[in-house]
Design a protein around this ligand. Structure first.
Ligand code: PGA
Length: 248
């Protein structure tokens, strides 16, 4: 099948104040006409302002998490509908930092992904093994468990993007070997095909974990890699745009 259009998504995590919108402006200006799709997921406090800046541009804006419920007594949480209400079109769910910091289970991640769909958002769902799991040779088992437990029924190329993010590669400067990335992506795609048949044909699988301008071209060209989820290097427009430019 034809290679789907790549997606390069920036995850600002808990970084970004009003002044950081200048980096977003530069990203928007530089991403015009990019050969890939581009998304930026700023902190929730900047969502409305980011959407206003990105209006009419090629850059989609997304949230970093959502609650499974539509509303209610959940202090500090955001419903997926609230993210849609800002004008954003994407939401990240199941990031390993949320799985670790907030003890999110696969079942919770699945409910969040369903909430994202309910609210009309494209869901970027993160999976990936820890260093200990990789050393134990359990990578594929972990991916299987996370895919089975956190991807809801009804996944399509339009509503779901998977981000393969080895936990040990996030923010560390370490990346898996090219062969290991290709193998993990092939495994994920095989499992999606088994479960969703043709329905999930074209679901993009992004690589995430220490993607930088210096390694982006190599990683983004690998078989089965349909883009990148970028943390640290998405905070500076010049770095992020170099990654965007490296996408096939
Ligand atoms: P990193 O983060 O690019 O800073 O390693 C990636 C991510 O957590 O999405």
């Amino acid at each position: 099948m034809e290679r789907p259009k790549s997606l390069v998504a920036g995850n600002w995590k808990m970084n970004g104040l009003e002044a950081s919108l200048a980096e977003l402006d530069a990203t928007i200006a530089g991403a015009g006409g990019a050969s890939c799709e581009v998304a930026v997921c700023p902190p929730a406090t900047l969502l409305t302002r980011a959407v206003a800046r990105a209006a009419g541009s090629d850059v989609a804006i997304g949230g970093q998490d959502c609650h499974a419920a539509t509303n209610g007594a959940h202090t500090g949480d955001l419903a997926a509908e609230m993210i849609t209400d800002t004008g954003a079109s994407v939401v990240i769910v199941g990031h390993s930092e949320r799985r670790t910091d907030h003890g999110e289970t696969d079942a919770e991640v699945r409910a969040k992904a369903e909430a994202g769909w309910r609210a009309g958002l494209t869901v970027i769902l993160c999976i990936g093994e820890t260093e200990a799991e990789r050393r134990a040779g359990a990578t594929e088992d972990v991916l299987d468990r996370q895919l089975a437990g956190s991807v809801p029924d009804g996944a399509t190329a339009a509503n779901l993007v998977i981000a393969y993010e080895p936990v040990w590669a996030i923010g560390t400067g370490l990346t898996p070997s090219e062969d290991d990335i290709v193998a993990a992506h092939a495994h994920i795609k095989r499992r999606l095909r088994e479960r969703f048949a043709d329905g999930a044909e074209g679901v993009r699988v992004l690589y995430g974990g220490s993607v930088k301008p210096g390694n982006a071209e190599t990683i983004l060209a690998l078989d089965g890699v349909n883009g990148a989820l970028v943390g640290g290097a998405s905070l500076k427009a010049s770095d992020f745009l170099a990654i965007v430019a490296a996408a096939p």
